[in-house]
Design a binder for this molecule. Sequence first.
Ligand code: GLV
Ligand code: MN
Length: 197
Amino acid sequence: ADPGPLQDFCVADLNSPLLVNGFPCKKPENVTSNDFFFDGLQKLGTVFDFLNVNLTEVDVFAFPALNTLGMSMNRVQFHPGGENPPHIHPRATELSLVTEGKLFVGWVSTAYILYWKILTAGQVFVIPPGLVHFQLNVGKGNALFYAFFNSQNPGISKLAPALFASTPLIPDPVLTTAFNVNKTIIDLIKSRASVLI
Ligand code: GLV
Ligand code: MN
């Protein structure tokens, strides 16, 4: 969750040279009604990644009016078999509404318990902040959900590239020890992980 605002609004000036926690505000006299509307979700995304997912982020970068307001959203589209792979949001709880298809949704607590469900249109799920979660399209057709976050910039860290495709790479001995496997296995995963970023 983000800190609360100290004014009605603070439409982000994304081009400001200042670095702050969030963005500086556009001058109020330059703010118009249009700043508070985001246009674009009526068209479905057409570019799908290696995992057959299209992610459209409506965060402070896409919609500067969200600056200081502590909220944002994503639209996540899946082709058949598509997966939003295990990831965390360091700064937000996720509350999501499935609107199409059949999704296997799961998250893992800090006690390493997997909580999961297969959801269809009209059903909602919640992911506590910072915990590992994923969604897999287990239906025959496409699937779609809308995620809402209590941060203007929830952040996303996917586990596979974080561990196996960082810059520079995490040295093999760290990973062979952590996963209790030999270097061949770690190198095999590393050789395939860079496409997942
Ligand atoms: C879904 O988990 C998302 O982060 O959009
Ligand atoms: Mn998520």
